[in-house]
Write a protein that binds this ligand. Structure first.
Ligand code: B12
Ligand code: SF4
Length: 458
């Protein structure tokens, strides 16, 4: 069968492939697995307006769209456009938003034929193989002959994820954008070496798709693919998208030692939890090419950290960020303002705390209650509502944050976010800290572009 995958665009009307800065690993992995099973599959990287033309030339039997919550309104528009062009091609929806909403989506939109939730390489390959019989497929929501919506709730997590081929062909054939704040120049690839985060932060929706059991690729799998990306395909930068790349120190050490021993010449970025970084590990990471670490700190107020079940100590945060500073690794701290129970003073604690950190970058986001998270239930109750106007607010959240706090209104939240960014960045020591990492003229223009994006956003 011929399958075409599309990542739902961030900006529907853009003339460029909108997620071009980062490779879409979800559909990449499915595409690679389907090829292993003898199918022909492609990832669409054109503009939305050209999709009909592309369908005419590629002639897919099935089209799969991937969507987060913020991009879901565009996924609906795109699916309608495809159906207007040719209503006989089945359009399947998968990804983080469908994983949370399940049947609510098929109940609301007939532009989607079937829906997959959770990780889908094996389930989708079985679907293709058994098409059109869907009755024995796991992790699917579909309409039967009588147009009744059926959910096969059996969702089996893939135990040995090394069985899944890394989408190296898909990655190497895609042109990906420049990543200034990582300090990367040259070609950048994405990789995720583990699935499932064991922590239970109440605002986070990572577990909705990938579950809570930590499953990981073997060190050999990771190193072999890094070597191939670097030597065969000329990638010299890697973004590791693992929820917590540093979760198992021994494994992390083996990956770093392997990169050094095999002389894989890459720079890389990863996400970590602040309590998991020690000076020795940081040194080893730096020697293996780690350029930047992102820490989800969320709040500078200890009561808030407890309420959102972050299990993070502010002293550990200070230590981790200082370790990065001393080791020469850039650090990015991300914070959330506007929790449902948060008062202005608590939000200000976060901003004050951020300024005490020797972090290279700090980003302040407004809280968005993503479906099927504890915070969503806290704000909206137990019933999930498929509500496009709500998801539309997610995509607009950077320019126009919606407040879900009982004590801070939306205007105040917008002002707080603006105040946070201005207060963090427009300080001489902070500007010097960032400039220390400038290595080329391209870096300067990159940082200026980022600064402008930030100013425009707030
Ligand atoms: C990489 C990443 C990004 C990249 C996206 C790169 C890309 N092109 O895809 C970037 C940095 C751009 C990004 C941005 C954002 N992200 Co993000 N991101 C992630 C991250 C860390 C990893 C995703 C990933 O690659 N996973 C690995 C692959 C293998 O898994 P997968 O994508 O889930 O795909 C599997 C299934 O979902 C399914 N599937 C997926 N697509 C399809 C399609 C079909 C047809 C089928 C059948 C199945 C299927 O099968 C796949 C294989 O098993 C996740 C966290 C996580 N652990 O998932 C957050 C996450 C997806 N992001 C999240 C959020 C909130 C955001 C932002 C809104 C953050 C912000 N405040 O700006 C922005 C959105 C930007 C926008 N303009 O809309 C949330 C999503 C919540 C939600 N309900 O939507 C997550 C879950 C983080 C979290 N902790 O809650 N993100
Ligand atoms: S916020 Fe990070 S640590 Fe917390 S559950 Fe989500 S991925 Fe895990």
């Amino acid at each position: 069968m011929k399958i075409l995958f599309i990542e739902s665009p961030y900006n529907y009307d853009s003339s460029k492939y909108q997620v071009g800065r980062y490779f879409p690993l979800g559909i990449g992995y499915i595409s690679a697995y389907l090829r292993k099973k003898g199918n022909i599959s492609e990832i669409y990287t054109g503009a939305t307006k050209d999709i009909s033309e592309y369908i005419e030339s590629f002639k897919p039997d099935i089209i799969g769209i991937s969507s987060m919550t913020s991009t879901f309104p565009n996924a609906v528009k795109l699916a309608k456009k495809i159906k207007e062009h040719n209503k006989n091609i089945p359009v399947i929806i998968g990804g983080q938003h469908p994983s949370a909403m399940k049947e609510k989506i098929l109940e609301s939109y007939d532009c989607f034929d079937d829906l997959f939730f959770g990780e889908a390489e094996v389930n989708f390959a079985e679907y293709i193989q058994n098409y059109p019989d869907k009755s024995k497929i796991n992790g699917i929501v579909y309409r039967d002959k009588n147009n009744e919506i059926i959910t096969n709730n059996s969702q089996i997590l893939i135990e040995n994820i090394d069985e899944l081929p890394y989408p190296i062909k898909e990655i190497s054939s895609m042109e990906l954008g420049y990543h200034p704040h990582f300090g990367f120049s040259g070609k950048t690839a994405s990789m995720i070496t583990s699935r499932g985060c064991p922590y239970k932060c109440t605002f986070c929706s990572s577990g909705v798709t990938m579950g809570k059991k930590f499953r990981f690729h073997s060190v050999e799998y990771v190193l072999d693919n890094l070597e191939e990306l670097n030597e065969k395909h000329g990638f010299n930068n890697i973004v590791f998208w693992d929820d917590v790349f540093t979760l198992i120190p021994e494994r992390l050490q083996k990956i770093c030692q392997g990169i050094i021993q095999k002389n894989i010449k890459i720079k890389w970025y990863c996400l970590s939890k602040a309590n998991l970084l020690t000076p020795d590990i940081a040194k080893l990471m730096k020697s293996a090419g780690c350029a930047m670490i992102s820490f989800g700190i969320e709040s500078g107020n200890t009561d808030t950290l407890d309420k959102i079940q972050k299990h993070l100590n502010l002293d550990d945060v200070r230590k981790a960020v200082s370790i990065c500073d001393k080791t020469g690794i850039k650090s990015q701290c991300t914070f959330i303002l506007g929790f449902p129970f948060e008062r202005k003073e608590e939000a200000l604690d976060t901003i004050k705390f951020a300024k005490t950190l020797p972090a290279t970058f700090a980003l302040f986001f407004s809280l968005i209650p993503y479906p099927n998270t504890d915070i969503y239930r806290e704000v909206f109750g137990d019933n999930l509502n498929e509500d496009l106007s709500l998801w539309q607010k997610c995509i607009a959240s950077e320019a126009k944050p919606e407040s879900y706090s009982k004590f801070i209104d939306s205007k105040e939240l917008k002002d707080l976010i603006k105040y946070a960014h201005n207060n963090f960045y427009f300080r001489l020591p902070q500007i010097i800290r960032i400039l220390k990492h400038v290595k080329s003229f391209k870096d300067i223009t990159g940082y200026l572009k980022l600064a402008l994006e930030l100013i425009k956003r707030t």
